[in-house]
Design a protein around this ligand. Structure first.
Ligand code: URA
Length: 237
């Protein structure tokens, strides 16, 4: 792919604007040598204003989603894209969130521009475990683990039973819930169905991938070995 198109697709500007960036000498190699639009250069050797180029198409980002941000590109309030550089919103192919977390859910949120990968992560068939920690308004009754695991639990206004889910009771009002699907407000609705109410909800892992100390509101691009962890079995603790 021509350098102008490659850089424009990464959201740095229109082709016209990127052509102007070449003319202004802002696009260089790691030694500061000015690059030209027709040069053939490996992605990792391109610098814009001395900064490495964003990752190429096929990228996966992990964010520690803070409370109060919505998983959409545009909203009245704060959206998760506000935490990324503005050019990430206009990349081609588009960078999408891998499923959604509610505005009042925090924790591990993935983004990718790879549609097949996105589908593999969210499809219930792939059985990728999404683990949530919930604090609850009332003590657990004791029968929730068996009900959630049954594979027959129905949520209101749905006509397919939920896939079996694992509930691990940590304290009377704190639990870890492992889901392999992502229905609308699923965790909250499951606890509501057993007469409880979720007070806080955070996603702690997807497959064997954890936030690994990433602070709330921060994000980073994943390396290939980390992407592979999404499809590995969680070790649990
Ligand atoms: N379940 C919910 O209820 N909300 C989320 O954000 C994720 C899972």
């Amino acid at each position: 792919m021509k350098l102008v198109k490659l850089i424009a697709n990464l959201g740095y500007g229109s082709r016209k604007e990127v052509t102007a960036m070449f003319r202004e000498g802002r696009i260089t190699d790691p030694d500061g040598e000015v690059l030209y639009a027709d040069d053939k250069v490996p992605h990792e050797h391109i610098r814009i204003d001395d900064e490495p180029l964003d990752p190429p198409a096929g990228m996966v980002i992990m964010m520690n989603k803070p409370l109060g941000a919505t998983c959409s590109r545009k909203d009245m309030g704060r959206v998760v894209y506000d935490l990324l550089p503005p050019r990430y919103r206009v990349r081609d192919p588009a960078l999408s969130t891998v499923g959604r977390l509610d505005r009042e859910t925090s924790g591990l949120l993935l983004f990718t521009d790879d549609g097949a990968l996105l589908h593999r992560i969210i499809s219930p068939k792939a059985q990728v475990a999404k683990v949530y920690e919930a604090t609850l308004a009332s003590d657990l009754r004791g029968d929730e683990t068996a009900l959630f695991a049954s594979g027959t639990m129905m949520l209101e206004s749905e006509n397919e039973p939920l896939e079996p889910a694992i509930l691990q009771v940590l304290e009377p009002r704190r639990a870890r819930l492992t889901l392999t699907e992502g229905r609308y407000h699923q965790a909250r609705r499951m606890f509501a169905a057993v007469g409880n109410h979720v007070e806080t909800l955070t996603r702690v892992s997807v497959g064997a991938l954890t936030l690994d100390g990433l602070p709330p509101g921060e994000w980073r691009a994943l390396e290939d070995h980390e992407i592979a962890r999404i499809f590995a079995t969680p070790t649990g603790d």
